[in-house]
Design a protein. Structure first.
Length: 710
């Protein structure tokens, strides 16, 4: 070889070495990407009757986006949580396939499932090897589901399952690999026979029958294979751009193909109100053609759109590739629910019907009725449509993005009591609404239908007397209300009233909650601070107050519908001369029966107040009323003429009197005074009990409140 040839050979060798070094460097600088692939196979042992696997089988292809100078780590996890990891690489970018075998996952000790029985085998003499051909598998005729299995271990036991491997051992090779013990015709084991060699490991006396039967038991594990294929190619999108479209009707078409498989095609659209829509486009044939419709909710005006697609490897494509394409959309005329080209009360009524569940809307009607833009139809939407109809507003919030109302308001229901067979009216009242923009209210009111029977619902005389209202009482014990108006609620007070009859069979003490649920004011933009009420059934109390001729002190301790003095005392008015009451301010008040009445200034008989009454002759005053719900009596410094607010008689010591007060009671029969003094003067006490119907003088050292249990 001449000098030039040698030089050329050296240069060539250097080039080869440099190329190998470069490839080595590329291989070293690899980017690892990991895929977690769940091994989907029945977690039960073979033979348990589990259906055949359908998601993982021999030769399953995984599409992995492996690029130049990259490697991928594939983790395959079994249902039992056992994981195998495989690393594949693709240096030259030419594409590759990698087959890997799933390792020891889902190991099972099959025990009696697969037993090779060596019947009546007798080992005689010293160490020896015995070979047995097994042509039948004992696996209880159970299906293995077509999966590959590989023998992990085989060992010898006696009849009781105890290992005797210290005497005998199984010699490899045991089985072909892999094998299908359920399939004697498998190509890896065509005749279904297995040659097993067993060797004695110690001397055995000649003629010694080691065991009547020796059992070979096996541990098996599942195995399968996967093939990984590189995929660097994104889907290809072909589309004719659209400049004008109609919401709910215009179709957008695209042809999308991929070298493996397209998984998703999405139409992404932003309308003139900056509302974003994502429409999953559907295939319309087997040629890669997809269709998507401009959504109903898109508003009138210029918007933009683009098409996005992805394949099984996660590769993505967008069209147009640079910027979304502008499109002018003709949207629906929101508010015109019946589409008669006129936004009016009929549309508002339809929305109110839908809000309360009395009318179902089509998808198109749902868009038309949602004038607030929150994707619901509510009394607030009905109120907005009424405002548009009356000229209060010209556009809707969904069109102009205008601010929605805000704030909070107190909503309350009081507690009520009534006797069986009577009626009650329960108002729902609101606090001040002057600074709020309330035009739509929805509520659900619940009660106990076993105690209360709904008789009427009215807004007459309330703040919402002019509001449109729909009700649903189809569910016992529940009232659903939807109400709206074009003028905002103004002031404080009742907005709705419910009338009820109390069951004639209700018993004393039974209760019914009076509860507001799902209270929505202007679609919840104005929060409701709710105080719920309680209705309690009470029996009437009959009081009989004996009054002697001359002066008496009496009181009442029941609630009456009418406390007018002349109404209360009407049964005995022919025997009355006069009635007097004392107040710390202004002092005495009177009502004269047998003289001039121009100066009468005592007009009521109320619980807790004591009254002096002068009688022509003895008589009984009968009063029927409800139990007191408030038994507190104000006590002023100095002298007080009071009554006893309890149906239970108590001694002064047990009547929770204010500290330091004295009590002075007049006995009409004996025309004498009886007293009660606290502390050091208690030796003067001669008042036995304080009882309902009596009145007395009380002297207090300071102002206070006397509360006694009813």
């Amino acid at each position: 070889m001449n000098r030039d040839a040698k030089i050329n050979s050296v240069i060539g060798l250097l080039i080869v070495l440099f190329s190998l070094l470069l490839v080595s460097e590329l291989a070293a600088v690899t980017h690892e990407k990991t895929w977690d692939i769940t091994y989907k196979y029945a977690p039960q042992p073979p033979g348990s009757g589990v259906p055949s696997p359908v998601e993982l089988s021999e030769g399953t292809v995984l599409s992995l986006p492996i690029s130049v100078s990259a490697s991928a780590t594939i983790r395959v996890t079994s249902p039992e949580g056992i994981t195998q990891t495989y690393v594949v690489s693709n240096i030259d970018g030419s594409g590759f396939s990698h087959t890997f075998i799933m390792g020891e996952i889902g190991e099972y000790d099959v025990n009696e499932q697969y037993i090779l029985t060596l019947q009546d085998t007798v080992f005689t003499g010293a160490k020896q090897t015995f070979t047995r051909t097994v042509t039948t598998w004992n696996y209880n005729n159970s299906s293995l589901g077509g999966a590959l299995f590989e023998l992990k271990d085989m060992y010898i036991t006696n009849y009781d399952g105890q290992l005797v491997s210290d005497v005998l051992e199984v010699l490899p090779p045991i089985l072909p690999d892999p094998c299908r013990p359920d399939d004697p015709d498998d190509t890896d084991d065509p005749d279904g026979t297995i040659n097993i060699s067993i060797r004695a490991t110690s001397d055995i006396a000649e003629g010694d029958n080691l065991l009547d039967s020796i059992y070979l038991k096996a541990d098996w594990y599942k195995k399968s294979s996967l093939t990984a294929v590189a995929d660097n190619e994104a889907p290809v999108i072909i589309h004719n751009l659209v400049d004008i479209g109609w919401a709910g009707s215009t179709s957008i078409y695209a042809n999308v193909t991929d070298n493996l498989q397209v998984t998703s095609v999405v139409l992404n659209l932003t309308d003139s109100a900056s509302r974003n829509f994502q429409v999953e486009m559907t295939p319309i044939d087997g040629e890669g053609n997809y269709q998507g419709i401009i959504p109903l909710g898109a508003r009138t005006g210029y918007g933009v759109y683009y098409i996005w697609a992805s394949d099984v490897a996660g590769n993505e494509a967008v069209y147009p590739a640079d910027d979304p394409h502008p499109i002018y959309i003709f949207g629906l005329e929101v508010g015109d629910v019946d589409e008669d080209d006129d936004i009016d009360e009929d549309d508002a009524h339809l929305v109110l019907q839908n809000a309360i569940g009395q009318k179902d809307f089509t998808d198109r009607e749902k868009i038309l009725g949602d004038v607030s833009g929150d994707e619901t139809r509510s009394p607030y939407d009905s109120g907005l449509i009424r405002q548009h109809w009356q000229g209060v507003i010209n556009t809707f919030p969904v069109e102009n993005g205008g601010p929605l109302p805000s704030g909070s308001v107190n909503v309350s229901i009081l507690d009520y009591t009534e006797r069986p067979g009577n009626s009650i009216t329960v108002p729902v009242a609101v606090g001040s609404t002057n600074d709020l923009e309330i035009i739509g209210i929805g509520m659900t009111f619940t009660y106990n239908p076993d105690i209360l029977t709904l008789t009427n619902i009215t807004a007459s005389g309330t703040l919402a007397s002019q509001w449109a209202r729909l009700t649903d009482t189809s569910v016992a014990g529940q009232i659903v209300i939807a109400m709206a108006h074009y003028e905002k609620l103004n002031g404080s007070g009742a907005i709705i009233k419910f009338g009820f009859d109390v069951s004639g069979t209700a018993t004393d003490g039974q209760t019914s909650p009076l509860t507001l649920t799902n209270m929505s004011i202007d679609e919840g933009n104005i929060s409701a601070n709710i105080t719920n009420g309680l209705f309690t059934v009470v029996e009437l109390i009959d009081m009989v107050i004996p009054l002697g001729a001359g002066w008496n002190i009496f009181s009442i301790c029941v609630e009456l519908e009418d406390y007018d003095l002349e109404s209360v005392l009407e049964p005995i008015e022919d025997n009355i001369k006069s009635v007097w009451a004392y107040f710390s301010n202004p002092g005495w008040k009177r009502h004269i029966y047998d003289g001039p009445t121009d100066d009468n200034d005592l007009v009521d008989i109320v619980p807790g107040q004591g009254y002096l009454i002068e009688m022509e002759s003895a008589d009984d005053l009968s009063i029927t009323g409800m139990p007191l719900t408030n038994t507190s009596i104000p006590v002023n410094q100095g002298w007080n003429l009071l009554g006893y607010n309890s149906q239970e008689a108590r001694s002064p010591e047990n009547a929770t009197l204010p500290a330091g007060v004295s009590v002075h009671s007049y006995d009409n029969e004996t025309e004498t005074w009886r007293e009660y003094f606290p502390g050091d003067l208690s030796f003067l006490n001669d008042i036995g009990l304080l009882e309902s119907g009596v009145g007395f003088w009380m002297y207090a050292m300071e102002n206070g409140v006397w509360t006694v249990s009813p």
